[in-house]
Structures are given as C-alpha cells and as structure tokens.
Design a protein around this ligand. Structure first.
Ligand SMILES: [Zn+2]
Length: 94
C-alpha cells in the first residue's frame, strides 16, 4: 500500500520506422553498391566503400571487410578521385 505511487508511465513512442526502410535495412548489405570513389593517399589509390565511406585495403573484393557492404565493381574505372580528409558523414537517404 503505497499512497505515493509513481505516475503512470507514458506510453513509449514507437520508433518511426516505415516498413520500406525496415526492409531496406535488412537487404541493403546484400545489394551490390557501385564503387564510385577512389581516394589518393601519397600516390596510391584506394577505392572507397560506398557503404561506410572508408577506403578499402583490397580491391575487387565482393564485400567490404569493415561494414559488409556488397560491392559492385563494374564502374570502378570511372570512379571519381577524391581527396583524403575529413568527410561529411554521408547519411544514406531513403
Ligand atoms: Zn564498408
């Protein structure tokens, strides 16, 4: 018997995740993303993972070894050369 019972909890708001986004979260790593950027460090070029934006140590791997993003190398010859340095965190837009 506790007269000062805590106020009723506010119902927890559900995260606003739409179904397409949820599906996308599940499948995005399985869909090959084209490698479109190449970063030059001291003369050597490193391709940039389109999933996490980090340069990859190895080329022509099927998956990024950091984030697991599946990679599409068909357009690698046309990859844009980008400068190293702080990058704006590219949030993936849905
Ligand atoms: Zn990655």
């Amino acid at each position: 018997m506790n007269p000062s019972s805590p106020p009723p909890k506010a119902p927890q708001a559900l995260p606003q995740v739409s179904i397409p986004r949820f599906i996308w979260m599940l499948i995005r790593f399985r869909i090959p993303m084209p490698v479109t950027e190449r970063m030059i460090f001291s003369g050597a070029g490193f391709y940039v993972c389109p999933g996490c934006g980090i340069t990859m140590e190895r080329e022509f791997v099927n998956f990024c070894d950091r984030c697991g993003q599946r990679l599409d190398w068909r357009g690698y010859k046309k990859a844009k050369v980008v400068e190293p340095g702080p990058r704006i965190n590219r949030s993936i837009t849905f």
